[in-house]
Design a protein around this ligand. Structure first.
Ligand SMILES: Nc1ncnc2c1ncn2[C@@H]1O[C@H](COP(=O)(O)OP(=O)(O)O)[C@@H](O)[C@H]1O
Ligand SMILES: [Mg+2]
Length: 187
């Protein structure tokens, strides 16, 4: 047992007060992952933050491609290899927000992540999608949508959506209703 005498840090208190909603989603093909991305993209608003968590090939970039399509981005979205942040803009400015696609796979740890000034990208008139967010978990705002992806056979993927904070609790609800009607509510 740790020596927890009920004293909690301000961050712990913020987390305890934060509403959370979860949902489970199944995608059985890359095409379905892209469709779910397009549907999610249509629900996103400037300032939104998404974490995509999962092993190689889970579909993080495929999902981001769907989101980009919903924003009217014509450029093809790829896993950023040497750049940590890719910026995409719709061909027609009225279509959708700017998309920052961030990939922190190569970042060694929290100190290195801290030096990148990542918080600069969040909360502007843009949507931020972060693959491999683990080293920067505490650098980004606590209110966000996390999608945790796991393999289910060759083409199946299961996702756990975790919406943290009022905005993202609502987003999980909308996504479950409008994009993935077979969604099971989590705990
Ligand atoms: N259900 C699925 N969802 C997403 N990708 C799938 C699915 N089934 C097969 N795939 C394939 O898996 C690969 C996913 O790659 P990618 O999106 O780059 O993953 P990540 O960015 O998580 O490493 C693609 O080649 C895609 O065609
Ligand atoms: Mg990727």
């Amino acid at each position: 047992m740790s020596e927890d005498r009920g004293e909690r840090s301000p961050l712990d208190r913020e987390r305890a007060a934060q509403p959370v909603a979860t949902a489970q989603v199944l995608s059985t093909s890359a095409g379905e992952t892209r469709r779910l991305g397009r549907c999610l993209g249509a629900l996103l608003r400037p300032g939104d933050l998404l974490f995509l968590v999962g092993p190689f090939g889970a579909g993080k970039t495929t999902l981001t491609q769907g989101i980009a399509q919903a924003f009217g981005i014509r450029e093809s979205v790829t896993s950023p290899s040497f750049t940590l942040v890719n910026e995409y803009r719709a061909a027609d400015r009225r279509r959708g927000p700017v998309l920052y696609h961030i990939d922190l796979f190569r970042i060694g740890g929290a100190a290195e992540a801290f030096d990148l000034g990542l918080e600069e990208y969040v909360g502007r008139a843009a949507v931020c999608v972060v693959e491999w967010p683990e080293p920067a978990t505490d650098i980004f705002p606590g209110d966000r949508l996390e999608i945790k992806m796991a393999y289910l056979g060759d083409t199946g993927r299961t996702w756990q959506l975790i919406g943290r904070g009022t905005r993202y609790v609502e987003l999980v609800r909308q996504f479950a209703e409008q994009c993935a009607p077979m969604t099971m509510d989590g705990k």
